[in-house]
Design a binder for this molecule. Structure first.
Ligand SMILES: [Fe+2]
Ligand SMILES: [Fe+2]
Length: 189
């Protein structure tokens, strides 16, 4: 398990280093990389399979990083791409199916039914990471999207609120404090 995870980490990190990656290296250093220990911690607490969660986290945004044209459908295209990659490793088919579902259902903006605990762990980690790596949202708002101070505040606040709403009940309870602190910091209009 360790070898495949190391190899997939290098594959994704290298894709993040390319000029063609519109998100910059930060999507590795401040999104995917910190999502791994977070997802593993959730998996441990919620009784999910850590290997499935880890591999799904590594691959969940890969196709958007490789080509911005994939962004809109990256949950669908990403699941197919994960299958191709994992087949190269002769990875067990039943586990590939579980990983594909985690990727297909990771987006809080796309209303999918999450059926397995692994899917919940990946989707929760994808949202919680915005709370714990809040600086990356400031970077996205002010640097990448060039927003004004007010627009940026509003955008970040709405994004955090959307993320929080879509969390599982268990994660909502666990991260309530962080959520309230950030919402208070961003101020009210
Ligand atoms: Fe995503
Ligand atoms: Fe993500």
């Amino acid at each position: 398990m360790e070898q495949i995870i190391n190899e997939l980490s290098s594959l994704v990190e290298n894709a993040c280093k390319l000029q063609s990656n519109i998100f910059g290296y930060g999507i590795w250093s401040h999104h995917i990389k910190p999502m791994i220990p977070l997802g593993q911690k959730l998996a441990e607490e919620y009784g999910a399979d850590q290997e499935i969660v880890t591999i799904a986290i590594l691959l969940h945004d890969l196709v958007s990083i490789e080509d911005e044209k994939n962004c809109k459908e990256h949950h669908i295209i990403g699941a197919e791409r994960a299958e191709k990659i994992l087949n190269r490793y002769n990875y067990p088919k039943d586990k590939i199916e579980k990983i594909k579902l985690c990727i297909q259902n990771h987006r809080s903006s796309v209303n999918n039914n999450k059926n397995s605990i692994e899917e919940i762990c990946v989707a929760d980690a994808d949202a919680i990471i915005h709370l714990t790596e809040i600086s990356s949202l400031f970077y996205a708002a002010y640097k990448e999207m060039n927003k004004s101070i007010e627009e940026g505040q509003k955008w970040i606040k709405e994004k955090i609120e959307r993320d929080y709403k879509k969390l599982s009940e268990r994660s909502k309870k666990k991260y309530k404090n962080e959520f309230c602190v950030i919402i208070n910091l961003l101020g009210t209009e």
